[in-house]
Each structure stands twice: as structure tokens, then as C-alpha cells.
Design a protein. Structure first.
Length: 177
């Protein structure tokens, strides 16, 4: 195995939030690795699974700390598996992108995303890969962004494997080199 990479699917824990727009990151991990078997770890404050993609070790992480404290869990996982920021990919919802749009980015700020803000603050670096998952904005201006992100996301609005796979394969190639 060449090295391990850490994939983080940002989310809020619990059935109440399972299929909300804010959990797009965790749902993306399920789309990419549908057969992954997650274990709960109190020490890591996360659900995690270990798998391989070719000869690259892949650690899947779903923080169970709520979005605004995601960095705590991410920092613990990075220590556990000796992961550098450049070997981490964070999957997260993005209101600035149209629904079902997938974009990759490396580094940069948090743009108000509390999960990214927490990770950057905890690990002291923004130099990690991101997969931005477009969830769009509410049609009704009276519906605030927070309420929108915490509302149920219909299946027709969720990122599908056909949209996610090309971006993921591109990142995987970069990280595996």
C-alpha cells in the first residue's frame, strides 16, 4: 500500500439529520463506498471504516460531533492514522453551487461553513482537498439558509454516483501518485 488517505463526510449525527442537505458529505461517502462497514469510536468521536481503492488505503470518517465541532474528530483521526492535511479530502455541502453540482478545491477559507471553520481551526491548516457538493439555495427567500440546510433533501436533489465519480477519480489519482 502506498499510503493512507482520509475521507471526511461532514454531517450532523442522528436520524433527525440523516438525509438533510447539511449531511451531503456523509451521503457522498455512502455513494462512493456503499459497502463500507462503519464502526463507532468514542475515542475518535466518529464513525469510521477502512477500505482500499487500488493500492491506496482509504479511511472513511463521519464525525459524530455535530458540524460546528467537526474539527475535533478530524484532528483525532489525523493523529490516529498519521494523516497530513494534504492527504485528506473533506466532502461538504455547498450552497453557492447549484443543486447536484460537484467541484473540487484545494485549500482556501471556510466561506462561512462551520464544519470547515472547525477543521481549519483545529488542525491549523486549510491545505486539504475539498469536494464541494452543490445543494443550491432555498427558492423561498423567507426560508433561511440554516433551516434550508437542516431540512430533508429529496432523493432527486442528492448527488448521484455519476456526478461524484469523475471528480473523485481525479482526486484519487492525484493523491495516489
Amino acid at each position: 500500500m502506498k499510503k493512507n488517505i482520509l475521507l471526511v463526510g461532514l454531517m450532523n449525527p442522528g436520524d433527525k439529520y440523516r438525509f438533510t442537505r447539511h449531511n451531503a458529505g456523509a451521503m457522498a461517502l455512502d455513494t462512493l463506498y456503499p459497502d463500507a462497514s462503519y464502526a463507532a469510536s468514542k475515542k475518535l468521536e466518529s464513525l469510521f471504516a477502512e477500505t482500499k481503492d487500488g493500492d491506496t488505503g482509504v479511511i472513511l470518517l463521519k464525525p459524530q460531533t455535530f458540524m460546528n465541532l467537526s474539527g475535533r474528530a478530524v484532528k483525532k483521526a489525523m493523529r490516529e492514522w498519521h494523516i497530513e492535511p494534504q492527504s485528506m479530502v473533506v466532502f461538504h455541502d455547498e450552497v453557492e453551487l447549484p443543486m447536484r453540482t460537484v467541484r473540487r478545491k484545494t485549500g482556501g477559507g471556510h466561506k462561512g461553513h462551520n464544519g470547515l471553520r472547525s477543521i481549519i481551526a483545529e488542525i491549523g491548516s486549510a491545505d486539504f482537498h475539498r469536494v464541494r457538493l452543490g445543494v443550491g439555495r432555498p427558492d423561498d427567500e423567507r426560508f433561511g439558509i440554516a433551516d434550508f440546510l437542516l431540512s430533508f433533501q429529496p432523493i432527486s436533489e442528492r448527488i448521484q454516483a455519476t456526478e461524484l465519480q469523475p471528480v473523485w477519480q481525479e482526486i484519487l489519482l492525484d493523491l495516489s501518485a
